[in-house]
Ligand binder design. Sequence first.
Ligand SMILES: [Zn+2]
Length: 250
Amino acid sequence: MPTHAPWPGGIAVVDIASGPRPAVSIAGKPVLVVETSAGYRAIIGIPLDQSVDDPLRIEISQGDSRESKSIELRDTNYHVQRLTVDRKYVNPGEAALQRIGEERKLIDAALNNWRVQPLSDVVFRSPADGARSSSFGSRRIFNDQPRSPHKGMDISAAAGSPITVPLNAIVALTGDFYFNGNTVILDHGQGLISLYCHLKEIAVANGDVVQAGDILGTVGATGRVTGAHLHFATYLNGTAVDPALLLDVP
Ligand SMILES: [Zn+2]
């Protein structure tokens, strides 16, 4: 179970007393709730662009009671990353921009999906062996031009190394996308989603039911990369959270 990590890109953990099953939401989006021995626990993704000057507000309804709760946030220090890539990934042409826009819609829909699924365990096994970057949240500058922050963890491994499913899931989306290259998105239920990018080969198809330990594909260097690695990203309530907070061995 993740621990309380109250900063942008982190995870807020809120315990809720036993009783009827609560519905929890943030900014109108439903939030993952697991049952514990003492009641329930809400596991909330905190947006990377959330201001730390204001508390995070969540709504809890349980039976007839409605409660609004504030969670104090603290700042964290994300680095700056400078990378050099093929210029087509920094200044895409007209046709590429159209393709990127269409892909964005598919990817966003998969990352924001809500699927009713009881969950007792929200801990991921590592999807690949290799050194992990701590670059989640880094502000990135590609070929001297600022781009959106890094929303995942990079695991370095040789091309062809296996990538395994870290927690039971349904395959939500597979495809060859402009920036992400060969990609798999897994839906673990209740808005917990994981994303795997730059694959050499994809070994699953949309709608497949996969179990922890199954092979979903192999590490590659497709899309906007500087070399072979796995880009592994995790999402809660539609927002990217640091995968290190969800791994069994952080
Ligand atoms: Zn990455």
